[in-house]
Design a protein around this ligand. Sequence first.
Ligand code: SAH
Length: 357
Amino acid sequence: MSGPSTNLERSLGDIFRRLIAGTGPISLTHYMAEANARYYAKADPLGAAGDFVTAPEISQMFGELIGLWLADMWIRAGRAEPVHYVELGPGRGTLARDALRAMKRYGLEPRVHFVETSTALKAPQLEAVPGAVFHADLASVPMRGPVLLVANEFLDALPLRQLIRTAEGWREVVVVSEGERFVGVPGMRPMEAALPEARRGEPEGTLIETCPAAAAVLYEVAGRLVNQGGAALFIDYGHAEERAGSTFQAVRAHRKADPFEAPGEADLTAHVDFAMAAQIARSRGARWLGTVTQGDWLRALGIESRAEALSEFAPRHREALHSAMHRLVDADQMGELFKVMGLAAPTWPEGAGFEQS
Ligand code: SAH
């Protein structure tokens, strides 16, 4: 039955152009959701040969320190079993592999659950962690036993909604096509109701981003922590304070690219609103441990002495180990833009690295 070109052979740009010509503009949310689904389904985007490099791919120390943090929480909370390691968007499975190895040294050997939609990434994920069980979303993760959850650079890939204050009031940003290009413009429908109430009065020209899909994930994770016990780490680039302005961007071959060009060919991302994330988690009854910069968090967990210890063990790699550490913690690298947010069940202890200074 397949015609001359199936949907996957046709470019997503062509599909969008036809859709927009036939039925009108699509929301930016729809545009980003389809583009990223296509992008992640296609191939492994991570690493030197791909489009971007993430912290676990830079150094094993990243996953190991996360594993230690989770083990410390679990031990101080009373070592409940069964216990589940859940990772959202595990990429190549590198973070999970490194974290699980560190946990094992402390007697923590959780069941492993990967929430992943990309079929292309499943093979490397299984190779890294052979026993992992796959889930399309959190709903099928077991309901009994504490959850130790990690999401690194996951929330930023979820579809964004942009709302803009025009002379006529608040409108959603929608996507139209202009020849070969796409552009974001204010839609027709009034969107006052979609806006956080406190922000409705902001002046004309203000652009506010929300991420309904990220809000849904936070709500669900917080609910799991409250009902089952456990702790969670969300790591991503973003801001801890409320802000305005567009952060929508594409990353292709390690460079920023135009998100309105070649949808499905580049990774589309937006900054994570950690203020909103914390608010949602708390509203569901979870304990917010804090949101700190990645640099501060990794230093508090002892990345410097870890790099030293590894260097003594493998002196030939000393330079590489230290330069990897600097990429993770330095303010002009990933150390400041990336944030770590910790959550826990209300009955669980405070988390290392989040103490208020
Ligand atoms: N955490 C990994 C990968 C980050 S890239 C790392 O740090 O290296 C984003 C990951 O999220 C990929 O694994 C991608 O396939 C997955 N992903 C993106 N959107 C998703 C969705 N809606 N549901 C589940 N997984 C998703």
